[in-house]
Design a protein around this ligand. Structure first.
Ligand SMILES: Cc1cc2nc3c(=O)[nH]c(=O)nc-3n(C[C@H](O)[C@H](O)[C@H](O)COP(=O)(O)OP(=O)(O)OC[C@H]3O[C@@H](n4cnc5c(N)ncnc54)[C@H](O)[C@@H]3O)c2cc1C
Length: 256
């Protein structure tokens, strides 16, 4: 059980950041993951009073506040039109509607969880995180960074001419994925993120040339390291990933 000694709802990010520099203090997202942990938190820092629960769309980008919920992503017309439903697909298996009404985008991305559908899908887009002190960092760099005490303020999806699809495989409905893949055709390149390996998602690329989908999927899968856990062996994950990636490439080849 997690024990929280005191609770603060800061009015500014500076105040939240200062509080978060103490190791015993913690930022709260939706608390859906954190509440399963144990230990003592001195001060819980609630970011919900700063209007960070909005999704703004402009001609160039979507700016998603860290306190937006997974349900907001699922229902957002602009994001799902731009991604052809890929973002909806990546969150729709996560537990249930009530859960998705609470779990936040900030907690999901900052956590950099190995099983994360959200991280996997966002990695296949031209995506950035805006950190309070660290500034705007490409998601593909942020994924590899060591966890620090900064605050994730916004997640930014830049609009480009890519086509994207998202697919995951689960042993049973609402379980964590055994494997998750985001497949994007961005100009002359295939950009593919593979998550739930079971390590956190990675991005691999291949030139989009005359090769068929099976050859490209084979080359992409070769670049990924897979591991084993209770949900599946590394060999099983690799076999699944190859098939899922090939199918998405075939579908995108037909569309483009
Ligand atoms: C039973 C269960 C099943 C799940 N299944 C899936 C699944 O199938 N697929 C999937 O993708 N996810 C799954 N998740 C994860 C879930 O979708 C969320 O990613 C997770 O709950 C974290 O989001 P949260 O808002 O609850 O964050 P919290 O639990 O509140 O926070 C998580 C961590 O991030 C930190 N944090 C939160 N917000 C910020 C911020 N803005 N800046 C800096 N640090 C921050 C917190 O301090 C904490 O360390 C599951 C979770 C649970 C509990």
């Amino acid at each position: 059980m997690i024990t929280i000694n005191s609770y603060v709802k800061p009015e500014s990010l500076e105040e939240a950041y200062e509080l978060n520099q103490k190791r015993a203090n913690r930022i709260l997202g939706g608390m859906m993951w954190m509440r399963l942990g144990s230990g003592r938190v001195q001060t819980a820092i609630d970011l919900s009073g700063m209007g960070l629960d909005q999704i703004e769309e402009s001609e160039e980008e979507f700016k998603i506040g860290c306190m937006c919920t997974l349900r907001q992503l699922e229902l957002h017309k602009g994001i799902n039109q731009y991604t052809d439903g890929a973002v909806r697909e990546c969150v729709r298996h996560i537990v249930g509607v009530q859960f998705r009404n609470q779990a936040t985008v900030g907690g999901s991305i900052f956590g950099r969880f190995g099983f994360s559908d959200v991280l996997t899908c966002f990695l296949a887009m031209d995506c950035y995180v805006e950190l309070y002190k660290g500034g705007i960092v490409p998601l593909r760099e942020f994924v590899c960074q060591k966890r620090d005490r900064d605050i994730l303020v916004n997640v930014i999806i830049r609009k480009d001419v890519r086509k994207i699809r998202y697919v995951s495989s689960r042993r049973t409905k609402t379980d964590f994925p055994v494997i998750a893949c985001g497949v994007a055709k961005a100009g002359e390149e295939w950009q593919v993120s593979v998550g739930a390996r079971p390590m956190k998602a990675v991005l691999v690329t291949e030139k989009a040339d005359e090769r068929n989908a099976a050859e490209i999927a084979e080359k992409l899968t070769e670049q990924v390291t897979f591991g084993s856990n209770m949900r599946g062996s590394s060999e099983y994950r690799k076999a699944l990933a190859k098939v899922l990636i090939r199918r998405q490439i075939e579908a995108l080849m037909e569309e483009c």
